[in-house]
Design a protein around this ligand. Structure first.
Ligand code: NOJ
Length: 589
């Protein structure tokens, strides 16, 4: 049933696949019908680019904006609607861009402001949206605000959190104000000789925390938001917002009791005085008002999504100060191969987040091991891409997940650049939650020099040794049931059918087979069911009468094993069919 894929006809393939699903098509990509009153972002497919690693146009070893611009048609072809860029602002790169020395300018390593405007225009011309990364919690220690604060120059003196030492040790060294430990290990306090005080940094010392008790700081950040939104940016992901506010009693944090941790480890403590304090949400509400104001003023609604790590109950608290907080449910699971845990994770969100609020599903990001390295057999990578695309709400895909890119675990400690990895030391740096270099290696475009990332200059992180086989070109053109093609088919289903636009889904686990059904009030005759076989054996399925349907047969609209399993167009009897080992199918009936 699948067309044969050739290099010259990517769009024809796309049209062919969608036509095979029985839809009318205007151009290769067509839009999902919006439900009444819905906003562009409520069901969007977001693709996270880590700009250093995507495409290096000037062959200096680091990815850049021109490189991203040169690949914009890639996103159109894949079915991506929204691109999110990790930070591209001026930065000394102590935390690779999450330490910003000028919030209103582009770092030369990525290009110029003109390059940025060209990119934005290119994105908009293709009907897509562009989201940037706002880092409100901290600046770089090379930001002018910090330099002036250090010198106690007004009005900057209190732009950061400064504290006197709690005493001096027998060598005359200042003792930090309390036991607070930073996310990347060691004290959250850094001594400054010049000011004879400590400053607070929840991340590395090069990232001093901004002091939001000072209303001037809030205004500064609101101006930053306004600056980019008024330039035409469609929204922001906001970084590390749970860390915005600290308790002003500065009491020691209690121990967590977690095994295998020591006094220098973040996990050693319960962060009751430094994360998720209620005042954080007041700050975020002020930011949210800026998004709404700018959107109302020019008629283009903007989106803001928050990086908050917590269960759905915790996430719920952040819906009144953003469009949605991230749902890291799948990232928080140690192992993705247990269907009961997957079901519980999904149901927890579906049952806790009301239908009218926007849900979202994330598989990976620049801070966590790639999904392929978290206990999955290769074919199940498709299952998770399909789930994140098929569940209600926003899909967030980290670059390379559409290929099933893997961690590069061959980076020596000497070549490790991530501060978190360096702080873990040579014995532990490659354990999960330490170095983030393995999941940040360059995008694997083809089997040419440096996997097509650039023209041969040494990349800032080494190319993964599997790039000759695992790359866009081979998956896009040579293999109809590759991860890439399965991703694209599912993205197009999501974009094309009202069943994927509502806030609801039904789930069911029968033995090792997980089912997720999507239905639509607009089109009650059309039911889509995703079925995933989590084990390495054939599994018999009977879903006759399930999901309020009286139909007895269904058509396969996506089968991850292609000809080795159920292929597009096959008709199945709902009372009895067999899923192949690790197979995922999407049925329409
Ligand atoms: C969260 C970001 O995702 C991470 O990469 C960064 O290191 C910290 N926040 C600090 O900004």
């Amino acid at each position: 049933m699948l067309l044969s894929l050739t290099k010259l006809e990517p769009c024809l393939v796309c049209i062919g696949l969608v036509l095979a699903l029985g839809d009318s098509v205007e151009g290769a990509i067509h839009r999902r019908k919006d439900t009444k009153g819905s906003q562009w972002w409520e069901n969007t497919i977001v693709y996270q680019i880590y700009p250093r690693s995507f495409k290096d146009s000037n062959n200096d070893g680091t990815g850049d904006l021109k490189g991203i611009e040169s690949e914009l048609d890639y996103f159109v072809d894949l079915g991506i609607e929204t691109i999110w860029l990790s930070p591209i602002f001026k930065s000394p790169m102590k935390d690779f861009g999450y330490d910003i020395s000028d919030f209103n300018d582009i770092d030369p390593i990525f290009g110029t402001m003109k390059d940025f405007k060209d990119l934005l225009q290119g994105v908009h011309e293709r009907g897509m949206k562009l989201i940037l990364d706002l880092v409100p919690n901290h600046s770089s220690d090379e930001h002018e605000w910090f330099k002036k604060s250090l010198r106690k120059e007004e009005p900057y003196t209190d732009y950061y959190t400064w504290r006197d030492p709690s005493g001096f040790d027998e060598n005359g060294e200042p003792i930090p104000p309390n036991n607070w430990v930073s996310v990347f290990r060691f004290s959250m306090w850094q001594w400054e000789e010049k000011r004879q005080q400590f400053y607070l940094h929840q991340f590395v010392p090069g990232q001093p925390d901004l002091n939001y008790r000072n209303p001037a700081v809030q205004k500064e950040m609101e101006n930053v938001i306004r600056f980019w939104l008024e330039l035409g940016v469609d929204g922001f992901r906001q970084d590390a917002v749970a860390h915005i506010w600290e308790d002003d009693q500065f009491l020691d944090e209690p121990l967590s009791g977690k095994p295998n941790t020591n006094a220098d480890d973040y996990a050693h403590y319960q962060h009751i005085y430094t994360t998720n304090l209620p005042e954080t949400r007041d700050v975020l509400k002020n930011f949210f008002n800026v998004f709404k104001e700018v959107g109302e003023a020019d008629g283009y609604p903007r989106v803001t999504m928050l990086e908050v790590w917590g269960d759905p109950a915790e996430q719920l608290k952040y819906y009144n100060c953003s469009n949605f907080p991230f749902n890291f449910g799948f990232l928080l699971l140690e192992n993705l191969s247990d269907p009961t845990k997957i079901l519980a994770t999904i149901d927890n969100v579906l049952n806790s987040i009301p239908k009218e609020l926007t849900k979202n599903w994330i598989l990976g990001n620049h801070d966590r091991w790639r999904v392929s390295n978290r206990g999955l057999n290769d074919p199940l990578i498709d299952a998770f891409n399909i789930l994140t695309l098929g569940l209600p709400g926003v899909t967030v895909t980290y670059y390379g997940e559409e290929l099933g890119m893997t961690n590069n675990m061959n980076i020596s400690f000497e070549n490790t650049v991530d501060p978190s990895g360096c702080n873990c030391g040579s014995d532990l740096y490659l354990t999960e939650f330490c170095s983030r270099d393995p999941e940040r290696t360059p995008m694997q475009w083809n089997n040419q020099v440096n996997a097509g990332f650039n023209n041969g200059a040494k990349p800032w992180l080494p190319i993964n040794s599997n790039a000759d086989e695992l790359n866009v070109e081979s998956q896009r053109y040579d293999s109809p049931s590759s991860h890439w093609n399965n991703y694209r088919i599912m993205a197009n289903l999501k974009r094309s059918h009202p069943a994927f636009a509502s806030g609801e889904a039904q789930t069911q686990l029968d033995g090792n087979v997980l089912a997720v059904a999507r239905t639509s009030e607009v089109d009650p005759d059309s039911v889509f069911v995703i079925l995933i076989n989590f084990v390495n054996t054939d599994e018999e399925v009977d879903i006759l009468g399930d999901f309020h349907s009286s139909k007895s047969e269904a058509t396969v609209v996506l089968g991850t094993l292609g000809k080795n399993g159920h292929d597009i167009g096959d008709v199945l009897q709902l009372s009895s069919f067999v899923l192949r080992p690790f197979e995922t199918v999407v049925l329409q009936y």
